[in-house]
Design a protein around this ligand. Structure first.
Ligand code: 5AD
Ligand code: SF4
Length: 443
């Protein structure tokens, strides 16, 4: 019987992508996937360090993993426990100090070494293995080929970040910016499409600063790459995420006019609406330049809608600063957004800034902001009622015969329909809407 693996993924879409790549490496080694942790011979946690809560979640899950490991041991079954991702890069040896039963740990830049690490553990050549290298050669050169597992697929084109926003750990955990060469991206994109993907989401921490080399060694922009990927036969939808506002070029904006399959939805995190706070955050945009970019994007494609990330309670944020954020939300009319209380991250400049905001104030501001954002989201969803929208079905719903898919605007749609529609795009008449999802029927 083959050994089973279980992966739990925390955090961003890049982690979801990384987990999928690790899963295919394990499958190539003969492991079988299981959704039940208690059945797994190998348990892997792919972690996130962006906010304190995300990191703490790992240690509570590790505690539970130890209990399961011990229960299995009583039945004579061994369990290997591994930790991957940004927590490892940040915590380094601390991982083994806090959870000595972890067998191996590696950061986000070295997961291609998973097979050799597992081999070492199995052959008992090491008590535990830690790998937090920033290797000179990209892991992408060593990963096995990627295939689609549904109608939509992620494709990492860029990794790392040189922006050093003062609150953020990413430049420390994912390292300096790296862009994959054009040819590599195109061949992975073609493979994903030929294995069933109708939609590609090009990923990067700072995706619009992409500057991968073409065959002649010339650096090319994201706009160039989007045009190339859009030419792939059979591809119906294209997205890219996450973008940095100051790096949205006119050439990129033009893509939203010229590329038909580029979805009319853009995630462009603003973080705050106050210029004073943006400066303290070391963001290279102001509320004015951000609003100007949004306006240009909407001029390029009048159907385009925006989503964003927000941080409330950044050190020294006043009620007036926060009002500016609410005002910007009102101006942009986001249709979706993620908002967070500022979370102190060790080693980042903002963690030692004066005038940290009280937890109570952060919570109040988050409630007010989220109320506003949810209202906008609900209004947009309600305005979809009566419309016919293209829906790409991606997963089974909880009810019998129900599928869940996504509109061009990333709205979830629940539809009772033929299972053959899974991983296909159908026209759906939207009949009902809540803050989080839509309901409809295939027409
Ligand atoms: N505290 C709160 N939110 C943060 N983010 C990043 N770092 C922090 C932090 N220290 C948020 C930002 C970013 C999103 C991925 O996470 O809004 O865009
Ligand atoms: Fe973090 Fe800022 Fe880089 Fe985004 S742009 S990953 S928030 S440092």
């Amino acid at each position: 019987m083959s050994e089973k693996y279980f992966i739990k993924t925390y955090g961003c879409q890049m982690n979801v992508y990384d987990s999928a790549r690790m899963a295919s490496m394990l499958e190539a080694m003969g492991y079988e996937k299981t959704e039940k942790q208690s059945e797994a011979d190998l348990v892997l946690f792919n972690t996130c360090h962006i906010r304190e809560k995300a990191a703490e979640k790992l240690f509570s899950d590790l505690g539970r993993a130890l209990l399961i490991k011990n229960e299995r041991l009583e039945k004579g079954l061994k369990t290997v426990i591994g930790v991957a991702g940004c927590v490892v890069q940040a915590e380094d040896e601390e991982i083994f100090k806090r959870a000595p039963y972890v067998d191996f740990a590696f950061g986000p830049l070295t997961y291609h070494r998973l097979p050799e690490i597992l081999k070492k553990i199995k052959e008992k050549k090491a008590e535990n293995v830690l790998d937090t290298d920033f290797p000179a050669v990209s892991k992408f050169d060593f990963l096995p080929e990627n295939k689609a597992h549904g109608g939509t697929a992620f494709l990492a084109i860029q990794e790392g970040c040189n922006n050093f926003c003062t609150y953020c750990v990413v430049p420390y955990t994912r390292g300096a910016e790296y862009s994959r060469p054009i040819a590599d991206v195109i061949s992975e994109a073609k493979r994903l499409v030929s294995s069933g993907a109708l939609e590609l989401n090009l990923l990067g921490q700072n995706v619009n600063s992409y500057h991968g080399e073409d065959e002649n060694g010339h650096e090319r922009s994201l706009a160039y790459l989007l045009n190339k990927v859009a030419e792939i036969d059979g591809l119906k939808r294209l997205r890219y995420t996450t973008s940095y506002p100051a790096d949205v070029t006119d050439e990129l904006i033009a893509c939203h006019h010229n590329i038909e399959i580029l979805m009319p939805y853009l995630h462009l995190p603003v973080q705050s609406g106050s210029n004073r706070i943006l400066k303290l955050m070391n963001r290279r945009h102001t509320r004015e330049t951000y609003l100007e970019t949004v306006q240009k994007l909407k001029e390029a494609n009048s159907k385009l809608e925006m989503s964003s990330d927000f941080i409330v309670g950044f050190p020294s944020e006043t009620d007036e600063d926060f009002e500016q954020t609410l005002d910007l939300v009102q101006k942009v009319q986001y249709i979706q957004a993620f908002s967070f209380k500022y979370s102190k991250r060790p080693g980042t400049p903002a963690a030692v800034m004066e005038n940290q905001v009280e937890e109570k104030v952060k919570k109040e501001r988050l409630d007010i902001l989220q109320n506003k954002l949810f209202t906008l989201q609900e209004n947009f969803n309600k305005a979809s009622i009566g419309k016919v929208m293209d829906v790409l079905f991606e997963e089974k719903g909880r009810h019998k015969g129900q599928l869940i898919g996504r509109t061009p605007y990333m709205q979830n749609v629940h539809v009772v329909t033929n299972e053959e529609n899974m991983f296909h795009i159908q026209k759906v008449l939207i009949e009902d809407a809540t803050t989080n999802s839509l309901k409809g029927k295939v027409i």
